[in-house]
Design a protein around this ligand. Structure first.
Ligand code: PMP
Length: 390
């Protein structure tokens, strides 16, 4: 039944159906777009296109409304529909979203002697901006401490016991990812909240979770959710920051003085509609099952090491679930060469170190990341090719 549902969804991705001999396994970098998103963009550009927040003629009014409604759409998608309880700011992606929080908002939160926790084994986009804030404040004579978020390779999650020990009353801000972009672990955000207490601000890098699994702002109890629209099936150059109401920064001091990416925002609305209709819970079931199939197959291939989440590989593991990201290393073949060999067999994967921060260990690896358009046959074919290189 899940397989029939998946087949129907896969058929809605023109680039996928046009290339039946190729398998796109790089959705963690960017996702392919369903026809509904292409249609949403086409409709907007052929019926409405104008600038937002300016003109008073119908196309301009409709574009302004489109942007305002898209904010509400993001809130609804993240399970926080009450407009006054949160704010949404559109960006070009997660990198710009995190940078905006670090540059325009975080300095107002912190005073001399405060501490922030930074996930140094995560994506660089979720490390560099916070370090820059420290420098920015130091130039003004405000000195803050940066604590590295303790990460446990064995469980594929952060080390919550160690986090509880390092967090104290001066811990004001914690940056974390929701799903790790190399290891695929689904981080236990509730335990981070328990470790740091109710008053610390938690900023969630949801680049690898929005569009892949249900993401609920109220359930997660976080203050910021930052994601890339393009990884959630919208156009490149799209993204958003969701901010809990009382913490919400004034992201638009110039009001409507800049031109928003209206086409991108139209595509994001269409993408979120599509994802809600498809059901992110079922998308998660599908990709988690494919990742399990891939890791299970790899377990029998001695030439490969799977990075991170070691315990999560055991069938009866109580630890965090691995989402649809599997990163592996061949004991002898260079990752660039492996990526090239795999492409010659029709597989598109990501090679090398995946923009991982300095505490990461993914250099020389190959990442296969899955989405709803991927199939069990693709995973089995990939395993056959990998086995032939053993
Ligand atoms: N954070 C994580 C966890 C990511 O996986 C990525 C993209 N690889 C980013 C941030 C940056 O996203 P973008 O390129 O859309 O700004």
């Amino acid at each position: 039944e899940l397989a029939d549902w998946q087949r129907a969804l896969r058929a809605q991705f023109p680039i996928i159906t046009a290339h039946p001999d190729q398998a796109y396994l790089d959705s963690a970098a960017t996702a392919q777009k369903p026809q509904a998103v292409l249609d949403g963009v086409h409709t907007y550009l052929t019926t409405t296109n104008a600038n937002a927040g300016r003109g008073t003629y119908p196309w301009a009014n409709r574009t302004t409304t489109l942007v305002e409604e898209a904010r509400d759409r993001v809130k609804r998608f993240l399970g926080e529909p009450a407009p006054e309880r949160s704010a949404v700011h559109f960006t070009s992606g997660t990198t710009e979203g995190l940078r905006t929080i670090a540059r325009d908002w975080l300095p107002q939160l912190l005073t001399d002697g405060d501490e922030i926790v930074v996930p140094v084994a995560d994506h660089e986009a979720n490390i560099a901006p916070w370090l820059e804030t420290r420098h920015q404040l130091a130039r003004q004579g405000v000195h803050i401490q940066v604590r590295p978020m303790p990460y446990q390779t064995a469980s594929g999650d952060y080390d919550h016991t160690a986090l509880a020990e390092l967090a104290g009353p001066r811990t004001r801000f914690v940056a974390t990812s929701h799903v790790h972009h190399v290891y695929g672990g689904n981080m236990n955000v509730h335990r981070i909240r328990r470790a740091v207490g109710p008053d610390a601000v938690i900023c969630l890098d949801a680049a690898q979770s929005v569009g892949h699994l249900p993401v609920s702002a109220s359930d997660l109890d976080v203050d910021f959710i930052v994601f890339s629209g393009h990884k959630a099936m919208a156009l490149p150059g799209t993204g958003a920051v969701w901010a809990r109401g009382t913490r919400g920064p004034d992201f638009t001091p110039g009001g409507w003085s800049g031109t928003p990416n209206t086409v991108g925002i139209a595509s994001l609305t269409a993408a979120l509609d599509w994802l809600d209709a498809a059901g992110t819970d079922r998308i998660e079931r599908w990709t988690v099952a494919l990742a399990a199939r891939l890791t299970e197959g790899l377990r029998h291939l001695d030439a490969y090491e799977i990075l991170g989440c070691q315990a999560a590989l055991a069938a009866d593991s109580p630890v965090q679930r691995r989402q649809g990201i599997v990163t592996l290393r061949h004991h002898a073949i260079d990752s660039g060469d492996l990526g090239f060999i795999l492409f010659s067999h029709g597989f598109m994967v990501r090679s090398d170190q995946h923009c991982q921060g300095s505490a990461g260990e993914s250099t020389g690896s190959v990442r296969a990341s899955l989405h709803i358009y991927n199939t069990a046959e693709e995973v089995d074919r990939l395993l056959e090719v990998l086995a032939s290189l053993g």
